[in-house]
Design a protein around this ligand. Structure first.
Ligand code: SAH
Ligand code: SF4
Ligand code: F3S
Length: 474
């Protein structure tokens, strides 16, 4: 591998003037962990002289960072590859060579099969192996079809270059930081344990260093990421075993870091220390994504979630007791095999009881290799659609109610980016809703006191408040 990297060097790729002309376009599908991985892949490629571009037409390397969670997500990749085939042909006619790579969870799940179905693909690289991207590209450039998905226990983060300060700054004032990867829970509907592998936590020191680098480059809000983020554990500075609650406490001590969030958590891993972090840490925003999937105990059992609806509701109560007004968000699957009308009614009842501020809901999609897909009591598509419609109507009602309750509240707003209209900026409320306000672009990165004036479609409008203290409760 080293030898091939050398060949790449002789080709004038890394750091040279010629290399600077290379451009990479990365398209990201799926969850926030893929967003984070795309950035880190871009970091790895920058050492090879690749600059990121927003325009696929001018790219020398096109990378699709893919998602395998539902059939639709995976199929999107193949339709995109169909479009890219035409682009690659057009580029070839101009005498240019467009390299095409598939990364992410479809890459991990399907490997070689991707190249068989879409021969224009030059390279397939998994979520655990993308630190080998520079060598893989060098091999692909030598004409090899590369499939780089085999991994041993290795820490890819130790092999990835640190992004430059100006690169971090160009990505905005909020950032993702992956602290945990993979999943050992094996819910019977889910591909993640197969695509992302078993649960691994990054060490405290590595996480703290990365958080400090982000903050030094101007980041003011960090969202800690993991497929099971609250399963994170590691040896703390005091030599004890820490969980996510202790990690958040440490990071909250970083000067200049104003806000912390984390996602996605599993109800079984919400321990006391994490709940106490919601009580004690002002920097920890009052928002929690806590997927339940179903409100029916028999469906939860069949899904291997290993908790009941009652366990979940008790947990919600405990969290609300220490952080009243916290915005709860969730994920739901309707039409898991065997789900009866009565099971579905249980889900609606749970939703009514919790009152989510926001939620994601999906029709069950059978995924190859998962136990759910093997069952012989699949729910007809029409029934799934009807259930989804009813659930989403209810979830929308709760979301609007939560948003309506925010009107009149004075909050601290982190100004993140320009809005659609000139003179507007967008930030996020503590409860993660987008908030639109009139402000100057020079104010991006500031935290300002605002009063919520009205609700919009999936957003809130606000006005600046002078000389009043903000409060994050409603
Ligand atoms: N680790 C998280 C979820 C990660 S996947 C958790 O345990 O909650 C994100 C969401 O996609 C899941 O919460 C689930 O609602 C949905 N999902 C996963 N597999 C699915 C499938 N086969 N069909 C439909 N939705 C699915
Ligand atoms: Fe998938 Fe379940 Fe793991 Fe979440 S906990 S990633 S839903 S297997
Ligand atoms: Fe999709 Fe992989 Fe994330 S399957 S949801 S990109 S972990």
């Amino acid at each position: 591998m080293l030898k091939e990297a050398e060949t790449d060097k002789m080709d004038g790729a890394p750091n040279g003037a010629k290399a600077n002309k290379r451009k990479v376009f990365v398209k990201t599908y799926g969850c926030q962990m893929n967003v984070y991985d795309s950035e880190r892949m871009a970091d790895a490629l920058s050492t090879q002289g690749y600059q990121q571009t927003d325009n696929p037409e001018e790219a020398d390397l096109l990378l699709l960072n893919t998602c395998h969670i539902r059939e639709k997500a995976a199929e999107k990749v193949y339709s995109e590859l169909g479009r890219i085939r035409k682009l690659k042909q057009a580029r070839a006619e101009e005498g240019a060579d467009l390299m095409v790579g598939v990364a992410g969870c479809v890459a991990q799940a399907e490997g070689q099969e991707i190249i068989r179905r879409a021969p224009i693909v030059d390279l397939v690289i998994g979520p655990q192996t993308y630190h080998r991207l520079p060598q893989a590209i060098a091999r692909a450039r030598n004409g090899e079809k590369v499939v780089e998905t085999e991994y041993a226990i290795e820490d890819k983060f130790e092999h990835l270059p640190e992004p430059e300060k100006k690169v971090i700054a160009s990505r905005g004032v909020t950032a993702f930081l992956t602290v945990q990867e993979g999943c050992d829970k094996f819910c019977t509907f889910c591909v993640v344990p197969y695509t992302r592998g078993s649960e691994v936590s990054r060490p405290v020191g590595q996480i703290e260093r990365e958080a400090r680098q982000l903050v030094a480059a101007g980041v003011r809000e960090i969202t800690l990421l993991g497929q099971n983020v609250n399963a994170w554990h590691g040896e703390g500075a005091d030599g004890r075993e820490w969980g996510l609650g202790e990690l958040l406490r440490l990071l909250a001590g970083i000067d200049g870091l104003e806000r912390l969030r984390y996602t996605t958590s599993h109800p079984r891993d919400m321990d006391d220390a994490l709940i106490e972090a919601h009580r004690d840490l002002d920097k920890l925003m009052p928002y929690l994504h806590l997927p339940v999937q179903s409100g029916s105990d028999s469906v939860l059992k069949a899904m291997n979630r290993r908790h009941t609806a009652k366990d979940y509701l008790t947990l919600v109560e405990r969290i609300r007791a220490v952080r009243p007004g916290i915005a709860l968000s969730g994920d739901f699957i309707v039409g898991f095999p065997g789900e009866t009308d009565a099971d579905f009614e249980d889900t609606l009842r749970l939703v009514e009881e919790v009152g989510y501020a926001q939620a994601f809901s999906f029709k069950y999609s059978p995924r190859p290799g998962t136990p759910g897909a093997e069952r012989d009591d699949h729910i007809p598509e029409g029934v799934k659609s009807q259930r989804l419609e009813r659930l989403q109507t209810l979830l929308r009602k709760h979301q609007s109610k939560f948003a309506d309750n925010c009107v009149g509240a004075t909050i601290d707003l982190l100004l993140e980016k320009p809005g659609r209209q000139p003179g507007q900026l967008i930030g996020r409320s503590p409860w993660l809703q987008p908030v639109i306000i009139d402000a100057k672009s020079s104010q991006i990165g500031e935290i300002v006191k605002v009063r919520i004036t009205q609700t919009g479609t999936n957003s809130l409008f606000a006005e600046t408040v002078q000389g009043e203290s903000g409060s994050a409760t409603i």
